[in-house]
Unconditional design. Structure first.
Length: 279
């Protein structure tokens, strides 16, 4: 059974994965990049290749989402899966179903901040990224590690996963709250996970604190500078990796984003941004 870590790209998913990996997959709670591999991303090229899926055929990939999830879920053990896909149903091919899903932790971030972070990650303009979060076009992977991803629009991604809220299998995490009070938010995540697992919650205080401290943004930046990070994008022009851990808490869209673009985002996503307290 999967506990999905779902979000629109560049919303803080990797930070939460890092904290969870530190707490659940280490002896002492101290983070390193190897630990994050325990939380798979979906969809990923290798998962489909193992099932004989043509990774160059978009429709064949979509038709095999549930088949691949069945293979991952073969042992019926509880595991985390990260995704940036919206909860789609394309030509009667659903992204996932309740047979495979134990619950959802959904991470949301102010779309204006996403534009700043995503533009750096993909080495593109704020205009291009704004168009992407509004138009919701599929993101084609490089086929080496990722296949077609369907994030949808920023609001469509957010709204789609709320369907799990009605069956009490949904926890919403605002990136801004996580940055403001990391301990409180991480504790709420751990309690939610134990509730889904239907087991008593006993906090390992040492691992908890180490998971908090070792995933401090500055420490993650230092770790990337020293060892590199395999999920960093590559600049096509220079062939060099683009820094994944860019601004983090220092991302102040109000000083970096053109007023016209921020107004456009606010107008189009007004309903959801008011609902989330962003405007």
């Amino acid at each position: 059974m999967f506990i999905w870590l779902a979000s629109y790209p560049k919303s803080g998913n990797t930070l939460i994965r890092s904290m969870l990996a530190s707490y659940f997959f280490s002896n002492d709670g101290i983070f390193n990049f190897d630990l994050i591999r325990n939380i798979k991303q979906f969809p990923k090229t290798d998962l489909f290749e193992k099932n004989g899926v043509n990774i160059h055929d978009e429709k064949e990939i979509i038709r095999n989402y549930l088949k691949v999830q069945e293979q991952i879920n073969e042992k019926r053990s509880i595991q985390f899966l990260k995704t940036h896909s919206y909860l789609f149903n394309i030509e009667n091919n659903p992204f996932t179903n309740l047979e495979h899903t134990l619950g959802v932790i959904y991470i949301v971030r102010d779309p204006r901040s996403i534009v700043i972070s995503s533009s750096n990650h993909n080495n593109c303009s704020h205009q291009t990224t704004t168009d992407q979060i509004i138009d919701g076009l599929p993101i084609r992977g490089d086929n080496k590690s990722s296949v077609f991803v369907y994030p949808g629009t920023w609001s469509g991604n957010y709204n789609s996963w709320k369907s799990f809220k009605s069956i009490q299998k949904y926890l919403l995490i605002k990136y801004e709250d996580l940055i403001f009070d990391k301990e409180k938010i991480f504790l709420s995540i751990l309690k939610f996970i134990h509730k889904l697992k239907k087991i008593d919650f006993i906090l390992d205080k040492k691992k908890f604190q180490n998971s908090i401290d070792s995933t401090n943004f500055n420490k993650l930046q230092d770790l990337e500078n020293k060892k590199g990070f395999e999920e960093s994008a590559i600049d096509k022009a220079s062939g060099k990796k683009i820094k994944f851990f860019y601004l983090g808490p220092k991302n102040d869209w109000s000083k970096m984003l053109d007023k016209g673009l921020s107004t456009r985002i606010e107008n189009i996503f007004q309903k959801e941004m008011i609902e989330l307290g962003y405007i």
